[in-house]
Design a protein around this ligand. Structure first.
Ligand SMILES: NC(=O)c1ccc[n+]([C@@H]2O[C@H](COP(=O)([O-])OP(=O)(O)OC[C@H]3O[C@@H](n4cnc5c(N)ncnc54)[C@H](O)[C@@H]3O)[C@@H](O)[C@H]2O)c1
Length: 439
């Protein structure tokens, strides 16, 4: 054990020199994980379900990591997660009360304390948090989606450029990109196993997620941030928050982004004060430059057929992929030419952290995923805008949008948009009406 530790310290001293050498001239020197330390320090920003999971994944990455700071807007969420993580890792975490930050600006202090930051708040905050992490020269694991509106996307793209210059590793939580069946099948598709992909269908049809009802003591801002799924400035709607996983698979396979998107959607079941302003179903067509059309469907309906997977048709065959470790390729006669056999495939959530922390420990610069993270998120955002407005939206037109969903003032006593109407409901988009509000 001791020998391993000594060996590791020696290794980091030498490889740290190399790492610094590789990035001379960039402002990373002396900020992100550097020579002389045998521990990679982590900060968690957003202490909820996924944040807790990501910390567990970081500790299981095979590298010597230590959680040193935590930030959340709600004291009770931070306390609960601190307790869970402390119970699991004991003295392997070092988060004294002075490094448990609470509030809307808490992320800044936590980011400053660490080498690597885990960004797992609701996605509306992600662009600002990512920008701050990059400015401070930190490596990043950030959950998808990386934004909820186009100004947020542009912020992430700008920060991604700086991260590249500083050689900061950035992994976005599109975990299918780290899942063996997807990697194996898509490599074969890119190598031409089924010819050119000409159409596809991608699905996230499931029962939906939690609701966090209003508590009498909450201000409107507290209520919306807590019940974040149902407000676009925080969540982006479920086409952005969840279905981007499947849209990202289409973009990954095509190695391109759509040139235009059109679609339709509505609220069928989820109507009422607790469900904010989001839709519960979307059906979208993504058209690529070469004429390929990928049809996308997502819905949150209880008690009917569920489906979360992707299928593609190509000039010499077809493909089926799913997060349940399945991948099958057929030739044009329907003969199976590849079937993924999962043999102890790593958990993709875990694998993201294994690869990220290995790169950081070795001083390698391996991951600049923020760009595809941003463009696949943009696919969902343009999809939402197409459905809310009923218009065909070209990619380039979408990318120019100045619709900024973030409240003008971010403070507990400020009133975020949307505001409830006289009927007690938050207004939801109606295609064709007030389209300038949604594009
Ligand atoms: N890759 C995946 O499969 C996957 C799975 C689950 C969640 N996620 C993503 O992870 C993110 C978080 O989801 P979750 O399920 O953990 O949500 P959650 O509600 O359980 O946790 C979010 C936490 O962030 C805190 N928070 C809110 N605003 C904050 C701010 N400005 N600064 C600091 N903390 C803030 C909340 O108080 C809460 O504790 C989302 O983007 C979600 O899409 C991804």
């Amino acid at each position: 054990m001791m020998n391993d530790k000594l060996k590791r310290r020696d290794f980091i001293k030498t490889s740290g020199t190399l790492a610094t050498g590789a990035i001379v001239g960039s402002s990373i020197v002396g900020s992100a994980y550097a020579a002389g330390s045998d521990i990679i320090k982590i900060a968690l920003i957003g202490c909820g379900g996924r944040g807790t999971g990501a910390v567990f994944d970081a500790y299981a990455s095979g590298q010597t990591v230590q959680l040193v700071a935590m930030a959340d807007v709600f004291q009770e969420n931070l306390d609960k997660t601190y307790k869970t993580i402390k119970a699991k890792f004991g003295n392997k975490i070092d988060v004294p009360e002075s490094r448990r930050y609470v509030g809307l600006e808490a992320y800044k202090s936590a980011i400053a304390d660490a080498d690597v930051v885990i960004l797992t708040t609701p996605p509306g905050f992600r662009p600002d948090h990512f920008q701050e992490a990059v400015k401070a020269g930190k490596h990043v694991f950030m959950e998808k989606p990386v934004a909820v509106d186009v100004p947020g996307i542009r912020k992430v793209l700008d920060a991604a450029k700086v991260a590249k210059e500083k050689k900061l590793n950035v992994v976005v939580g599109f975990q299918r990109r780290f899942q063996t069946n997807y990697r194996e099948a898509i490599k074969r598709i890119h190598d031409g196993a089924i010819g050119d992909v000409v159409s596809g269908q991608v699905y996230w049809n499931s029962g939906g997620v939690w609701v966090r009802p209003r508590k009498p003591s909450q201000s409107e801002m507290e209520y919306q941030i807590n019940n974040w799924y149902y407000f676009n400035w925080l969540c982006g709607d479920h086409i952005v928050e969840q279905h981007v996983h499947n849209m990202d698979v289409a973009n990954w396979i095509k190695q391109k982004y759509p040139v235009s998107i059109q679609g339709t959607g509505s609220r069928a079941h989820r109507i009422g004060e607790d469900y904010g302003e989001i839709y519960d179903n979307f059906a979208v067509e993504m058209t690529y430059e070469d004429g390929t059309v990928v049809y996308s469907q997502c819905r949150h309906f209880e008690g009917i057929s569920n489906r979360v997977d992707e299928t593609f048709q190509a000039t010499a065959g077809r493909a089926f992929l799913s997060a349940s470790n399945q991948a099958i390729l057929w030739d044009k006669n329907g003969r199976e030419i590849y079937k993924h056999k999962p043999k102890g495939d790593p958990n993709p959530y875990q694998q993201e952290h294994v690869e990220l922390f290995e790169a950081i420990a070795k001083g390698d610069y391996k991951f600049d995923t923020a760009e595809y993270g941003a463009y696949s998120t943009l696919t969902g955002i343009i999809g939402r805008a197409a459905c809310y407005t009923g218009k065909v939206i070209k990619w380039e037109e979408g990318l120019k949008s100045n619709l900024d969903l973030m409240p003008e003032r971010l403070a507990w006593d400020a009133t975020p948009r949307p505001v409830k109407g006289e009927d007690g409901l938050y207004p939801a988009a109606i295609p064709g009406i007030d389209v300038e509000k949604y594009i």
